[in-house]
Design a protein around this ligand. Structure first.
Ligand SMILES: Nc1ncnc2c1ncn2[C@@H]1O[C@H](COP(=O)(O)OP(=O)(O)OP(=O)(O)O)[C@@H](O)[C@H]1O
Ligand SMILES: [Mg+2]
Length: 231
């Protein structure tokens, strides 16, 4: 499991995170919600080692990743799918998967990854640019998996996707959870959050202000929404 304590960070002199504490257990979905600009993306970046001035503790199982460079965080098993479906448009699906793949033996082989995404399996020789928005998002997730992730961090994976595709992303998250991956999900779509999460953290001004089990979240959703998400 991933454990984060007192995580701080920002950009230059602008501090954004003021001591984030969170845990993301194996085989569970931990979601982060909050208004625009509260530091959701910055939290993921800080965990990933992308912020030069971050402070705090990041531990994956018994591996202390605090202050480690990005490549070392990736090697430890943390995968990051940033906002905006980052894939290589000119490379085929298979080539996209092979760029950044870990050397064998691999836990997440191409076959195992493609079994999770039947749509992609049918299109392995198509260039990334020929895929639909939903397929591109699936490919972005698949690309993170082949680095042999134990923790998968997804930043707004359903943004701009049609409801049917949002449902498919939800299914994928469910299957990854069943495979034992720890998922840290930043999501605006509360419906999806409610369907796939085990725990929901509310972020405000760079701090976790509430941690709710999923039943608690479902019961309090309206209150959480009006207290922390409306302007
Ligand atoms: N590269 C950057 N340089 C300087 N400031 C930044 C940078 N990226 C984000 N910020 C600032 O940091 C704060 C937190 O941004 P962050 O992207 O983490 O918010 P967020 O919760 O992900 O918001 P959103 O819901 O809009 O994605 C904001 O005030 C933002 O303007
Ligand atoms: Mg963001």
């Amino acid at each position: 499991m991933l454990r984060v304590e007192s995580l701080e960070g920002g950009y230059g002199s602008g501090k954004v995170l003021f001591g984030i504490d969170l845990e993301a257990p194996k085989g569970e979905v931990t979601s982060i919600i909050g208004r625009n600009g509260v530091g959701k993306t910055t939290t993921l970046k800080a965990i990933m080692g992308l912020l030069p001035e971050a402070a705090g503790t990041v531990v994956l199982d018994d591996d202390d990743l605090s202050g480690r460079p990005v490549h070392s965080v990736v090697r430890a098993g943390i995968g990051y799918v940033p906002e905006g479906r980052q894939i290589f448009p000119a490379l085929t699906v298979l080539e996209n998967l092979r760029v950044g793949q870990r050397k064998p033996p691999r836990v997440w082989t191409e076959e195992r990854v493609l079994d999770l995404f039947p749509n992609l399996k049918n299109r392995i020789r198509n260039p990334g640019r020929a895929l639909s928005g939903g397929e591109q998002q699936m490919l972005a997730i698949a690309r993170a998996l082949v680095t042999d992730v134990r923790v998968l961090m997804l930043d707004e994976p359903t943004q701009g996707l049609a409801p049917k595709v949002v449902e498919q992303i939800g299914d994928v998250i469910g299957r990854l959870k069943a495979e034992g991956v720890a998922i840290l999900l930043v999501e605006q779509n509360l419906n999806l959050t409610s369907n796939v999460s085990d725990r929901v953290l509310v972020l405000s001004k760079g701090k976790v202000v509430e941690t709710l089990g999923i039943d608690e979240f479902k019961r309090d959703e309206e209150r959480v929404h009006s207290q922390w998400l409306t302007l």
